[in-house]
Design a protein around this ligand. Structure first.
Ligand SMILES: Cc1cc2nc3c(=O)[nH]c(=O)nc-3n(C[C@H](O)[C@H](O)[C@H](O)COP(=O)(O)OP(=O)(O)OC[C@H]3O[C@@H](n4cnc5c(N)ncnc54)[C@H](O)[C@@H]3O)c2cc1C
Ligand SMILES: C[S@@+](CC[C@H](N)C(=O)[O-])C[C@H]1O[C@@H](n2cnc3c(N)ncnc32)[C@H](O)[C@@H]1O
Length: 597
């Protein structure tokens, strides 16, 4: 579990950190202090005049008061259609109840505070919270400041430097931290702080900031303003045109991510949305569970949290059920699941250990093992997910056979060499067929799921096999055939799926033996290291891929699509650098050197 802040409250209702023995904001004037020290200190709102994008970074998220004050000002004084990206860092988050209590002092912030509190982070890693009504997004890194800055790929136009006082909290003011903040600053960036401590001023000056003391707020004599030399960097180019090839969950998630940033993409599909692997009647959204806590575990935990938030916020009508059991299948699973239930990559209570009796009670028939209850897991109906995210335009029916560079981007070609579309940014999201358009090595993995109308709506459960509810019954399976790409239905595969079901749901499998089974076969896309491919391709500027989603496309695609859109639009990515590198399509074993013809 993460180390949470322990907060004491003084008689004025001001929160005080027990760890640092310092207050989060000044007694009686927190919001006014924020406005003077940070908003005015960074020259806001004047600094974002004429800007389509503005990026603010903060060291020391605390109660979120600074971020809310910033959002309130942005709401009142943003340029029409402009987007605000906020990045903030917190090593010791408050729990949601303490944050709520602290923020309750400012009823005028309540609507924004409610959005923030609804997404309040309770696990290690990067978390994204949307403020769609304000045209703003917050990426909050729950980790040490230096680690967070190393991992962040943005460039801030303004910095709020808001650790506790340097004498009580020297780590966050270290030269190394200030150097990282400077390295992640745009030309002409501003910085502001409540402290004028010599160490902070000298630290900033050593990184090229010019500093100035200004009259402080409240009882404080002085506050600090700083700026990097040079003119403020303005975007010269208009937003690019974007074409997405493939209308499965990868393509649909890309369409959503680009649209959220103000770009309306064109989507092409050789057949129709959901014609490939994304077209089953139901899909389970669960992370790959890896007790080691390494890169795949971090990627899946972050992607899972983002998927659950986005499906829940934007597509609640597509959610069939919530919660899923991951069943033990071998002796080592018990200690593995114990460790997972304690993992700091998930909020407390998100993964719960169940004994065999509790497992059986949820399954609806006796269980021979325990399980992990994945509280936030979803079962989705893919049709409305794809429809909702592709938008009213859906997808144009066109099969791309190649792409060639043109003056301002790329031209997509059809089978006979005819031009299908031209765009400055092209995203290849064609699942297992991605290697035909982009130089990536993707292995097909055929899979068949079985389904039937059924009176019982099973509790979602996975154990190698899986069973989940559909709108009118249940779905179970599935087969895995590496290297195979046929999509025909096979009677033998239904038998195999029934056998796998019988290992954990013998009564259900026996009852289904007499039922007429329907099914669907499709092809997953896998890579050699079993991690997705999401990002750009060296030597092909403007071409991006999102594929290799294996058996968890509905978990991985929403976050990875935001990463790809951020790279394409040169915005801060929600994905920390080590995870971005792990999914880079140019990595060994995935990038093919030859350009496909
Ligand atoms: C049996 C089975 C069960 C599964 N269950 C789950 C589950 O419960 N949960 C989960 O998260 N994942 C599940 N998966 C995996 C999941 O389906 C995939 O990870 C996901 O669908 C991949 O999405 P995609 O958009 O990358 O590819 P696809 O859905 O395959 O979409 C690719 C699209 O590209 C189009 N296309 C291909 N070539 C071209 C071209 N040249 N030009 C234009 N368009 C083209 C295709 O028509 C297709 O619509 C399952 C997979 C299988 C096979
Ligand atoms: C003064 S408070 C921030 C107040 C906050 N900006 C607000 O609006 O409420 C300082 C914050 O920095 C955090 N912090 C301290 N040291 C840190 C470190 N090394 N890395 C990341 N965060 C740290 C503290 O936990 C605390 O929440």
């Amino acid at each position: 579990m993460i180390e949470q802040a322990i907060v004491d409250w003084d008689e004025t209702g001001t929160p005080r950190s027990r760890r640092f023995d310092d207050i989060y904001f000044s007694r009686g004037g927190g919001l006014d202090e924020t406005r003077t020290v940070f908003l005015q200190g960074c020259g806001l709102p004047e600094a974002w005049r004429g800007r389509r994008r503005f990026v603010v970074g903060e060291l020391g998220f605390g109660t979120g008061l600074n971020v809310l004050a910033l959002l309130q000002l942005w709401q009142a004084a943003r340029e029409p259609g402009a987007r605000l990206h906020i990045f903030s860092v917190e090593a010791f988050p408050l729990d949601e109840a303490d944050a709520r209590r602290a923020l309750a002092a400012w009823p005028e912030l309540e609507p924004l505070a409610e959005i923030l509190l609804a997404g309040w982070p309770a696990a290690r890693g990067f978390h994204r919270i949307d403020f769609p009504g304000q045209g703003a997004v917050l990426d909050l890194a729950v980790m040490e400041a230096a680690e967070a800055l190393e991992a962040w790929r943005g460039r801030a136009d303004a910095w709020f430097l808001d650790g506790f006082s340097p004498s009580r909290n020297p780590e966050i003011w270290r030269d190394e931290v200030l150097a990282l903040a400077a390295a992640r600053s745009a030309q002409g960036a501003r910085a502001a702080s409540f402290t004028v401590a010599g160490t902070v001023r000298r630290g900033l000056e050593a990184q090229g900031f010019e500093t100035a003391k200004r009259p402080g707020f409240g009882g404080k004599a002085e506050r600090l303003e700083a700026s990097l030399p040079g003119p403020i960097a303005h975007e010269r180019r208009a937003l690019p045109t974007v074409c997405i090839v493939g209308a499965g969950i990868a393509g649909a998630a890309l369409a959503r991510a680009f649209r959220a940033e103000g770009v309306e993409p064109v989507v092409l599909d050789a057949r129709a949305p959901g014609a490939g692997a994304s077209g089953n009647p139901a899909a389970l959204v669960t992370p790959r569970l890896d007790a080691g806590g390494g890169t795949p575990a971090q990627l899946h935990a972050q992607a899972f949290a983002r998927a659950v938030a986005l499906y829940g916020q934007t597509l609640a009508e597509a959610v069939i059920s919530r919660g899923a059991l991951q069943l033990e299948i071998q002796p080592r699973d018990a200690p593995r699941f114990d460790r997972l239930a304690e993992s700091d990559l998930f909020p407390e209570g998100a993964l719960q250990r169940l004994n065999p009796a509790e497992t059986g009670a949820r399954l609806g028939e006796p269980a021979d093992t325990g399980a992990l209850w994945i509280r936030d897991a979803l079962v989705l109906e893919p049709g409305p997910v794809l429809g909702g995210w592709l938008g009213p335009g859906g997808a144009r029916t066109a099969a791309a056979a190649g792409l060639e560079p043109v003056r301002d981007g790329w031209r997509l070609l059809g089978q006979a060499g005819e031009a299908l579309a031209e765009a400055e940014v092209v995203c290849i999201a064609t699942g297992h067929a991605a290697g035909r358009l982009a130089p990536v090595a993707i292995e097909p993995v055929r899979g068949q799921a079985s389904f039937a109308p059924w009176p019982e709506r099973p509790t979602p459960a996975a154990w190698g096999g899986y069973v989940i509810p559909t709108r009118d019954g249940l779905l179970f399976g599935a087969t895995h055939e590496r290297g195979q790409d046929g999509a025909e239905l096979r009677a033998g595969d239904h038998l195999h799926n029934l056998e796998v079901l019988a290992r954990k749901r013998p009564r259900l499998a026996a009852a289904l033996t007499a039922a007429p089974l329907d099914g669907r076969a499709a092809v997953r896309a896998s890579t050699r290291d079993r991690l997705p491919a999401a990002g750009g391709l060296a030597g092909m500027p403007g071409v991006f891929v999102l594929t290799g989603l294996g058996g968890r496309g509905f978990c991985l695609a929403p976050l990875l699509a935001e990463h790809v859109a951020a790279l394409a639009l040169r915005l801060p990515s929600p994905l920390p650098r080590p995870l971005a590198e792990a999914v880079d399509p140019d990595r060994d074993g995935v990038r093919r050197l030859i350009t496909p013809g």
